[in-house]
Design a protein around this ligand. Sequence first.
Ligand SMILES: Cc1cc2nc3c(=O)[nH]c(=O)nc-3n(C[C@H](O)[C@H](O)[C@H](O)COP(=O)(O)OP(=O)(O)OC[C@H]3O[C@@H](n4cnc5c(N)ncnc54)[C@H](O)[C@@H]3O)c2cc1C
Length: 454
Amino acid sequence: MRIEELRSLLGPGRINEDPDIIKTYSDDWTGRYKGFTPAVISPHSTDEVAEILSWCSANEVKIVPQGGNTGMVGGSVPLDGELIISLRKMNNANFSDTHKNQIIAEAGTTLLEIQNLASERGLIYGVDFGARDSATIGGTIATNAGGLNVLKYGTTRSQIISVEAVTGTGTIVGNLNGLEKDNTGYHLPSLLCGSEGTLAIVTRTKLRLWPEPEEKVTILFGFDNIQEAINLTEDCVTSNSEIVACELFFQKGVNLVREAYGVQPLWENKHSTYLLCEFAGDHNISDRLSEGVLGKILQTHNSVLVATTDGERQRLWQYRELHTVAISQKGIPLKLDVTLPLRNLSHFLESIDTICRKINPLCSPYVFGHCADGNMHLNILQSEPKVNALEEEILQFVVSLEGSISAEHGIGRSKAPYLHFQRSENELKLFAEMKRAFDPKGVLNPNVIFSSDN
Ligand SMILES: Cc1cc2nc3c(=O)[nH]c(=O)nc-3n(C[C@H](O)[C@H](O)[C@H](O)COP(=O)(O)OP(=O)(O)OC[C@H]3O[C@@H](n4cnc5c(N)ncnc54)[C@H](O)[C@@H]3O)c2cc1C
C-alpha cells in the first residue's frame, strides 16, 4: 500500500500511523471486535474525502468509514487490515440560513453537539440515546439509529432532509437544499440511511428540528409480569398523543445497575418488570395525564413513581440508561438487537432464558429495550462456548415470530451471516447490484452487510 502517495495528495496532518493512536480506532466499543490498520486518515472537507476514495478506488485499497466508533455490530473497525477514514475532524454545525428549523452539520458532529445547538433556538433533534456524546451524525445516518424517542419522532431517516456524500469512486453526490418536498427521482437520504458505509461516505447533512416541548413528565411503573407492561404500553400509545418514550427493563438488569452505580432499590426489589414512560408537550401535562385510560391506571396501580423536574426525571432514567455500560463492565456480551410484533413480545421474552439454558447453561441474558417499538436489546454474558449456536437459535426464533434480526444497530459484520434469515435471495442480489453501482471496486466497508455466506 503506497500511503506516501496518499500523504502527498492530502498534505500534512491527515494521516496517522502511530501504533498507539491507531489502536484506539481499531477496536470497537463492545470490546468484541479487535481490528488492525496501517493508518487512520482524517479528512477536513468533502473534497478531501473525495480525493481519498478516488485514490482507494484507483488502487483497490479497502477502507472503513468511522464516526464515534460506538457501533454495536463490528461495522466501524478494520477487521481485515483496511484503512480507517475517521470523520471526527469534520465537525462543524450551524443553523441553516434558509430554514430556521434546520441545521447543516458535517458528518463528525456528535449527537450531543447537535442537541445543544438546537436548544439555543428552543428546538430539539428527534434522535437521542445513551452514546450521545460520542456517536456522530454521519454514524447515526449510516446505521439509521433509533433510540429513545422513535415513537414520537421516528428514526434518523425521519430527521434527514438532505445529504451530501461521496461514493466509492470518489464522486460527490447529493445536495443540501433542505427542501421538505423534493421527489426528483431516487431519494438519496433514504437510501444512505442504514447503508452502514457500504455505498458512500456521508460528509454533510441538513437536519430537521422540532419545537422543544414545554413540559416533560416521566413515570416509572413496577409490574409482576411482562404482559401487564406490554398492555400498558399499548394503552399509552393508542390513547396518549404526548407519549415520547416507553422503555422496558427487568429486575435482573436493575440489580446490575445498582451494583455498578449504587443507585437506590426500586420498591424493595419486589417487582420483576419495569416500564418507564415519558410524556412531553404543552404545559399542564400532569393534569391531562390524570384523565382517561392512563388516569385510571395512575389512580389504581400500586407501584408508580412520577417525576416532573429534570433531576427527578434523570433519577428514574438512570435505571434504564445505565444498563448498557453496567453490562459491559461485567464482561463482553453477545449483543442482539431485535424487533418483535407486540403481540409476540411476551412469548419471546419469556422464552429467552429457556433457549439460553438449552444451549449454554452458564450464560446469563440481560434484556431491556424500547417497548413501544417492540425493540429489545439482548446482552448475553458468558455466551462462550457455542456463541454462534446461541445467536443463530435466537435469531431463528425472532424470524419465526415475524420479527426482525436487527432493529436499530444494523447488520455490520456481526449479523451479516444471518441476513439471509430475513432477506430473500432476490433481495440480496439486488443489494449486491446496488453496492456495485455505488462502489464498483468494493473498497468501502467490504464485509459489512455482505458476508461470504450470503
Ligand atoms: C451506550 C450506547 C447506547 C446506544 N444506544 C443506541 C440506541 O438506543 N439506538 C441506536 O440506534 N443505537 C444505539 N447505540 C449504537 C451506536 O451508538 C449507533 O449505532 C450510532 O449510530 C453509531 O454512530 P457512530 O458515529 O459511533 O458510528 P460508528 O460506530 O463509527 O460507525 C457505525 C457504522 O456507520 C459507518 N459510518 C460511520 N460514519 C460514517 C459516515 N460518515 N458515512 C458513512 N458511513 C459511516 C461505519 O462504517 C459503521 O458501519 C448505542 C451505543 C452505545 C455505546
